[in-house]
Design a protein around this ligand. Structure first.
Ligand SMILES: *[C@@H]1O[C@H](CO)[C@@H](O)[C@H](O)[C@H]1NC(C)=O
Ligand SMILES: *[C@@H]1O[C@H](CO)[C@@H](O)[C@H](O)[C@H]1NC(C)=O
Ligand SMILES: *[C@@H]1O[C@H](CO)[C@@H](O)[C@H](O)[C@H]1NC(C)=O
Ligand SMILES: *[C@@H]1O[C@H](CO)[C@@H](O)[C@H](O)[C@H]1NC(C)=O
Ligand SMILES: *[C@@H]1O[C@H](CO)[C@@H](O)[C@H](O)[C@H]1NC(C)=O
Length: 389
């Protein structure tokens, strides 16, 4: 979470301070089927009919999730409210609605439909839908103020996410959990793809095209975050793609692993990202490391080299993970312990249930199997003791 090198000054002190959060537990087993204190609930399924006009597609979802959507957006406003004396929200309500018409079809129409049905101001729905790009801007300079301040906050350029000391949770993460939905996207009454998403969010972060490929996105922090991309968009240079819109387009319209891989690697973006893609043949699995403009690396499964999986958290795979946020080493340890012969959805769930792979920022866990077209998602909790991230 910390970039730009501010941390180096007090590396040693922080390392000592945070040491007690860095204890990884033993690899979990027999966690599946999900139950107990790390399982908060199932995710409800909805069908989305792609044959409807875009503005009408989400109506039934929003009718059920309206209160939760309003609560989440209010939480973002509360956190952002303190900044620039409330001018940020003024900007969102007055300027962001203008952006909606510059967004590509069908996203512009779907977002307008969402605003109309939910009663949430258009600018605030737009804000939620371009949150990924905004977040990469915001998180370019994140620091946790706990050692210096009695209230623990993750302070970013745009807002501070507050640690709730009563419930030991992050405010926004908790507000997102009730918005998690499974969506079965259909055309001609047949499934095109399935996805786990947030109600009110028209892009996609996790999804599967049964028998073809699976796709997820991870956030990639970079000093050259989304701000140049967003600025270019506002100024009228609009050849880049909003990340979650690209993911949705690939899930909706790419028809093979290779096709998806090419689109994800070659489309210009507004912000950096990792794409994690799995195919329907042996050896088809990769992590695509993206800058806004190009692809730095495509890291593929290579059975001949003994690389039977590729695992991505939020760091370039050829670099060491940031020392306060090493989820890669414990996750790999558990994968190696399971071995290739014993990998199933059940054992993957075990890996994803092991702290600190599971932590206070974990919203949901998705399991996907391309051959059967299965997508299962579970809302998670991480009872104490648990890493904040
Ligand atoms: C979740 O779904 C499973 C399988 O459908 C069911 O057995 C279980 O009771 C559900 N759990 C909760 C908390 O709803
Ligand atoms: C869609 O498919 C379902 C089950 O496959 C079927 O029950 C339903 O009648 C179909 N609807 C239409 C409009 O064809
Ligand atoms: C997918 O392709 C169809 C047909 O060309 C188009 O109408 C639709 O908008 C595309 N979907 C996305 C998300 O771009
Ligand atoms: C894998 O995907 C390709 C491209 O969509 C498809 O032609 C092929 O039938 C699929 N193979 C299997 C085993 O599902
Ligand atoms: C797979 O797991 C089972 C049960 O835990 C164990 O008996 C078996 O030895 C494992 N197989 C391999 C190849 O590790």
């Amino acid at each position: 979470y910390i970039l730009g090198g501010q941390l180096t000054v007090c590396d040693a002190a922080l390392k000592t301070y945070f040491f007690h959060f860095q204890t990884a537990e033993e690899c979990r087993d027999s966690m599946y089927p999900p139950k107990g204190p790390t399982f908060k609930g199932n995710v409800t399924w909805y069908t989305l009919n792609l044959d409807l006009p875009p503005s009408e597609r989400w109506t039934h979802v929003i009718k059920e999730k309206k209160a939760e959507l309003v609560a989440m957006i209010q939480a973002i406003k509360d956190l952002a409210g303190g900044f620039f004396h409330g001018k940020l929200i003024h900007l969102v309500d007055n300027e962001l609605p203008l952006i909606v018409d510059t967004l590509p079809y069908p996203f512009n129409e779907e977002i307008k439909g969402l605003a109309a049905v939910s009663g949430v101001p258009l600018g605030e729905v737009v804000l939620f839908n371009i949150f990924y790009e905004i977040f990469t801007v915001c998180t370019s300079v994140v620091f946790d103020t706990f050692p210096f301040n009695s209230q623990w906050t993750r302070t970013t350029l745009c807002f501070s996410e507050r640690w709730d000391r009563k419930t030991h949770t992050w405010t926004i993460t908790e507000k997102l959990k009730p918005l998690v939905v499974n969506v079965d996207f259909k055309r001609n009454n047949k499934t095109v793809f399935k996805s786990t998403s947030f109600a009110g969010y028209v892009g996609m972060l996790t999804g599967i095209r049964p028998k073809e490929f699976t796709l997820t996105v991870n956030e990639r922090f970079s000093v050259d975050g989304g701000y140049i991309g967003i600025l270019e968009w506002i100024l009228g240079q609009r050849d880049g793609m909003w990340m979650s819109f690209l993911t949705r387009r690939v899930l909706e319209n790419a028809t093979s692993y290779e096709d998806a891989k090419n689109e994800l690697a070659q489309t210009k973006l507004l912000a950096p990202a990792y794409f994690i893609l799995g195919g329907n043949q042996t050896g088809q699995g990769c992590v695509i490391t993206r800058t806004r403009i190009n692809t730095l690396d495509i890291w593929e499964i290579a059975l001949k080299l003994g690389r039977w999986y590729v695992l991505e958290t939020n760091y370039d795979h050829w670099e060491e993970p940031f020392f306060l946020d090493d989820r890669r080493t414990p996750a790999m340890k558990c994968m190696n312990k399971i071995t290739q012969a014993n990998i199933t959805l059940q054992t993957i769930y075990d890996v994803l249930s092991t702290k600190p792979v599971l932590n206070k920022l974990t919203t949901y866990t998705s399991l996907m199997e391309v051959s059967t077209g299965k997508l299962e998602s579970y809302i998670r909790a991480c009872p104490n003791p648990c890493n904040p991230w």
